[in-house]
Write a protein that binds this ligand. Structure first.
Ligand SMILES: NC(=O)c1ccc[n+]([C@@H]2O[C@H](COP(=O)([O-])OP(=O)(O)OC[C@H]3O[C@@H](n4cnc5c(N)ncnc54)[C@H](O)[C@@H]3O)[C@@H](O)[C@H]2O)c1
Length: 437
């Protein structure tokens, strides 16, 4: 996308932090291919901030005027960056109005919403792309290439551990993500990236999921038990938040002040809630076992309270093993500051992409061989810029099949939904009982 050289007329819905990737790209490097013709959000202040950032005056529409915006601005491409629970509404409306859609992950948050999207996509004949930027990370492409080339033979199993550090992990417990109804929990909101990678790497789909998960570290009860609780609801203006290493101080960041603190009057959205306060309905420690159509199995663990951030993935194959280690941060200190749009725990080594990346091929009867990969610049290991080029740039061949459609969106989602169901039932869940894809 775009599939021809004609200019596209693009609208962005949901003008929060993530939307900046798109508004700046569309107003900047892709301005010669795409016209940015509309913003839509429940909060007019945030739309004004985006216009300020890009030095434009893109027409701003209230959420209830979304369809009117599509008509009046003759939109043919919609980028959806709203709160997860609202993605389906905008995707379906846009498809029915004849637009193509790029949606942020997760595609949606439950099976009914996913069905509505799949139906609308089929009915409309328009295109849906899910912004799975991690597929574009060069090291993830190298994994896909190695597996597809048969370097380790047939894959029998995958072992995958993802750690979110105290800086990034805590951030999911400060804002709307902390309620499962908004985000689907981290099995949907976060792990959708990881379940998608496994589907894509192995070229298969999940069939059976068994999972255990809980709130171990964050939340009011765990906070009291661990002596970490503080008596504030939101950090801004609270004396007891001053010495809390988990409090984010919005006023310290011009970006967070503009985007959230000064925008609160319009919608009451508070970005700095107490991670040990009441109302958390998502898990922070999750273990998942998946069986795929190919016969392969996955053991997966997601931890949202780790001292460093990154992941280890190992693939066991019939001809050897492939091992990936990525360190996105190496440690965290207990002094909170803010940088950009996320809270950062002070630490010399706390950087997004400068940690260690090692990809090692261990074929049977051969010494280990390191696969050298040029790790990318920019967010998500270089995935963001490459994804933007694929979405909005000159069309290019995609031999690795990085472009993710609504089927890929649904296949990654269903693993997380099945895990959530398994948390509740305590038993294994067949994905086809939740969603027929
Ligand atoms: N691919 C990635 O790596 C990545 C990274 C960060 C965020 N995201 C995704 O981007 C999306 C936005 O996340 P964010 O961090 O920018 O959140 P945010 O809270 O900063 O922004 C969300 C925006 O949606 C708006 N909104 C809320 N309800 C709405 C509604 N009903 N109609 C219209 N607008 C509405 C809010 O006012 C806000 O401006 C999420 O789906 C998230 O999963 C993806």
């Amino acid at each position: 996308m775009p599939s021809d050289t004609a200019r596209r007329r693009c609208a962005v819905v949901g003008l929060g932090a993530r939307a900046r990737l798109f508004t700046e790209a569309l107003a900047g490097p892709y301005a010669d291919r795409v016209d940015l013709v509309g913003f839509c959000d429940v909060n007019p202040h945030r739309m004004a901030v985006h216009n300020d950032w890009i030095g434009a005056s893109v027409p701003a529409y209230a959420a209830e005027d979304f369809t009117e915006m599509l008509r009046r601005e003759r939109v043919d491409l919609v980028v959806v960056c709203t709160v997860d629970r609202t993605h389906d509404h905008y995707i379906v409306e846009a498809l029915e109005a004849g637009c193509d859609v790029v949606t942020e992950k997760p595609m949606t948050t439950d099976a009914d919403r996913a069905r509505r999207i799949l139906d609308a996509r089929r009915r409309s004949g328009r295109e849906v792309r899910v912004a799975f930027n991690y597929r574009y990370n060069p090291v993830h492409c190298a994994v896909r290439e190695a597996i597809a080339a048969g370097e380790i033979g047939e894959v029998g199993s995958v072992h995958f551990e993802w750690l979110l550090d105290l800086r990034h992990g805590a951030d999911y417990f400060r804002r709307w993500h902390r309620e499962k109804v908004n985000s689907g929990g981290l099995m949907v909101h976060k792990a959708t990236h990881h379940f998608d990678l496994v589907n894509w790497w192995l070229g298969t789909e999940p069939e059976t999921v068994y999972a255990q998960g809980g709130l171990f570290f964050y939340g009011d009860e765990a906070g009291r038990r661990r002596g970490l609780a503080r008596d504030y609801t939101r950090a801004h203006g609270a004396a007891s938040a001053q010495d809390d290493p988990f409090a984010v101080r919005l006023a310290d960041s011009p970006l967070l002040t503009a985007l959230y603190l000064e925008a609160e009057a319009a919608d009451g959205y508070r970005r700095d809630q107490n991670v040990f306060g009441p109302g958390v309905t998502i898990e922070d420690d999750m273990a998942v076992l998946v069986r795929y159509a190919s016969g392969a199995t996955l053991t997966y663990h997601l931890t949202a309270y780790a001292p460093w951030e990154g992941y280890r993935v190992s693939f066991n194959g019939s001809e050897g093993r492939l091992e990936l280690l990525v360190e996105e941060s190496t440690w965290t200190r207990s002094e909170v500051r803010v940088q950009g749009d996320t809270a950062v725990l002070h630490g010399d080594a706390v950087v997004d992409t400068a940690g260690r990346t090692e990809l090692t091929l261990r074929r049977f009867w051969e010494p280990p061989r390191e696969i050298k990969v040029h790790t990318g610049e920019g967010g998500h290991g270089g995935g963001d810029v490459r994804m933007l080029a694929d979405l909005f740039g000159e069309p290019e061949a995609d031999p690795l099949g990085r472009a993710a459609d609504e089927i890929a969106g649904a296949r990654s989602l269903v693993t997380g939904l099945a895990a959530n169901r398994s948390f509740e039932s305590g038993g294994p869940v067949r994905t086809r009982d939740l969603l027929h894809i």
